[in-house]
Structure formats: structure tokens, C-alpha cells
Design a protein around this ligand. Structure first.
Ligand code: ZN
Length: 345
């Protein structure tokens, strides 16, 4: 019986610290099952883990990759999982006992272990996770799309439909179209019946977004975003802004909101400390709130829609596991539209 596997293992920080090599195949602990990985989406946090990792409790070496889909390879009796069945992982091994888990709000869990951050991840032939993190898929499910579902579409789902859901007929501004989560936000906003305006520094990405159904795009290198958004909304501003960029776009994002509008942020790629613009916030009664991941119940909804073809992640490119560093380089250049995915032959 094979006891080793190929995996992308982070041994030391930096580009050369991540190596695809033999690594012990995970042995599922009690209550865990084993997934034979077929595809695993790439995310900004993978670059952060590789090059920095501060603030994330973990030990090296660690197998990277914070999401994965594949086929059940081992499952404990009574788990309801079947060997050979396709599945996508909820990549957060939550405690199940804290007040947030008990309330069904898993992303707030006090003792969660995220794969690829706190425990071994999905850039490998196999990954072990608790049984309740396995979400079965139909036999005809596309595993590459499924491997890119968790961080993009689940995060977008909570942003769009969480706390203050986007409603049909509303207008939303999606900042930095091209990233996996921004493209997922666009797809879900359109599904909700909203009108979407996108921003980018790339005319090509704006053109792709228009093809997908966005109503307008603003190239922030050439145009002042808020001025253009006001023009497009009859001087009012948008009902909702979806942000993952942070510092560089924040001020223009706030200025693009209508009175009483809301801004949801799930990232800070360009920095964490923009000006707060408090006067604008209270006078115009804006709401600003954060979002990360989604709950089991939200993931169940996302997976159900994916399973029947109503949600289809936009895949920019796939890279075989052996070329994971090349994939990371591509992500670092931010040239993609949609998700980059590592495939595990
Ligand atoms: Zn918990």
C-alpha cells in the first residue's frame, strides 16, 4: 500500500521554499475522511502563506492549498460517504462546539483549522478532513469547477446574500473585476437580478465582465470611479459596493455609495488602513461590514446550485501540480479573469 504522495510542500518562506515532492499520505484521524484531490483553486492567501504567513498559526513543512475537490478515497463507516463518490471540501475544519458553530455561523468559529493554513491542504494527491466538511457532488460534476467553488463562490455568496442581501433591481459596484471572488460576485449579483458596474485597470477584463452581463465598466487608471458611478446612477450612487482591494480603492468605493448604501469587504490586497471618512459615513448613514467565507448552510446552497449547473465558476487556466510555482507566479501578476486552478493528475 502506498504511504506517500506527491504534494506541494512549503518548507521555508519564499518562492523557492515551495517544492513538489514526496510527502507522507495523510492518515485520517477519527471522524475524518480522505479525498483523492483532482483540482484545487489557487488563492491570494496561498501567496501570503508562502511568502509571509504572519498571523497564521502553523508549523512548516505544510502542504499548501486552501480548497479542493475530488473523489472520496477513504471514509469511516456510518459517515454517509461512499468511496469513489465525487465531493468538494468545506475547507475549514471548525470545532463544532463554540457559540458561533452552535449558531450555524461557522466562519466565526473560535477554533477553526483551515486546510493549507493551519493543517495540510489541497495541493496534493490526498487530503484528510473531518467528515462533515465533505459535500457530495453528482457523478457528472465538473471537478475543476468544484475545486474553485469554496473560496470564490462561497465568499461571494455571503457578501452578496449575507447580512444585507443584494436585491433585484439594485445596483452594485464590484471593485477589481478579474479576481476569483470578484467574478463570482458578478455572477451572483446578476443571478439576484441586480445591475452590476465593475472596475478594473484592464480594458480586457472589463470587456470580459461586460460579456458576462455587467452593465458598465470603469477603468480606474483613466477615470475617477466615483464620478463615473454617479454619472451611471443618475447622481445617486450604488446601493452596494463589493470590495476586496482595500486601501487603494476604499475612498472611491465609499464615494460611490448612495445615501444609506452598504459596503462589504472581504480583502485588503492593496493595504489594510485606508482613511475612514467618518463624516461621510455618518452623514450619509453608510454601512460598512466585513465578510469572510460562509457557513455550512451557505455552502450547501452554493453546492446545490453548482450541482445543477446554475453556478459555474469562471476558470482562467489550469496548471498541473508539478507546475504550482508557475501558477503562483501567474496569480502574483493578477492577469487572470476568474480562477486559476491546480489539477492533480
Ligand atoms: Zn467553533
Amino acid at each position: 500500500m502506498t504511504t506517500s504522495m506527491q504534494a506541494a510542500v512549503l518548507e521555508t518562506r519564499g518562492r523557492h521554499g515551495l517544492r513538489v515532492r514526496d510527502f507522507p499520505r495523510p492518515v485520517p484521524a477519527a471522524g475524518e475522511a480522505l479525498l483523492r484531490v483532482h483540482a484545487a483553486g489557487l488563492n491570494r492567501v496561498d501567496l501570503y502563506m508562502r511568502d509571509n504567513g504572519q498571523g497564521i498559526t502553523h508549523a512548516l513543512p505544510i502542504v499548501q492549498g486552501v480548497e479542493a475537490a475530488g473523489v472520496v478515497a477513504e471514509a469511516p463507516a456510518g459517515s454517509g460517504l461512499r468511496v469513489g463518490q465525487k465531493a468538494v471540501l468545506y475547507s475549514n475544519a471548525v470545532c463544532g462546539h463554540c457559540r458561533f458553530c452552535r449558531a450555524g455561523d461557522q466562519p466565526l468559529c473560535l477554533r477553526a483549522d483551515i486546510m493549507g493554513e493551519h493543517r495540510h491542504g489541497g495541493f496534493a494527491e490526498h487530503v484528510a478532513m473531518p467528515v462533515h466538511c465533505f459535500f457530495p457532488l453528482p457523478d457528472d460534476a465538473d471537478l475543476v469547477g468544484a475545486g474553485a467553488l469554496m473560496t470564490g463562490h462561497l465568499t461571494a455568496w455571503r457578501m452578496v446574500f449575507g447580512k444585507r442581501a443584494l436585491r433585484a433591481g439594485e445596483t452594485v459596484l464590484i471593485v477589481g473585476i478579474g479576481s476569483g471572488v470578484a467574478v463570482a460576485c458578478l455572477q451572483l449579483a446578476l443571478m439576484a437580478g441586480a445591475r452590476a458596474i465593475v472596475t478594473s485597470s484592464s480594458d480586457t477584463k472589463i470587456a470580459r465582465a461586460l460579456e458576462l452581463g455587467a452593465s458598465a465598466g470603469v477603468n480606474y487608471r483613466r477615470e475617477k470611479v466615483s464620478a463615473r458611478v454617479l454619472e451611471l446612477t443618475g447622481g445617486e450612487g450604488v446601493d452596494m459596493v463589493l470590495e476586496s482591494s482595500g486601501q487603494d480603492s476604499w475612498s472611491e468605493s465609499l464615494k460611490s455609495l448612495r445615501r444609506g448604501g452598504r459596503l462589504v469587504t472581504c480583502g485588503a490586497t492593496t493595504g489594510s488602513n485606508p482613511g475612514a471618512d467618518l463624516q461621510r459615513m455618518f452623514i450619509r448613514q453608510l454601512e460598512v461590514y466585513g465578510s469572510t467565507g460562509g457557513s455550512f448552510e451557505e455552502f450547501r446552497q452554493v453546492v446545490a446550485l453548482f450541482a445543477r449547473g446554475a453556478i459555474k465558476p469562471v476558470i482562467d487556466r489550469g496548471f498541473p501540480l508539478a507546475r504550482v510555482t508557475e501558477a503562483m507566479d501567474a496569480l502574483g501578476r493578477s492577469e487572470q479573469f476568474g480562477k486559476l486552478v491546480v489539477t492533480v493528475p
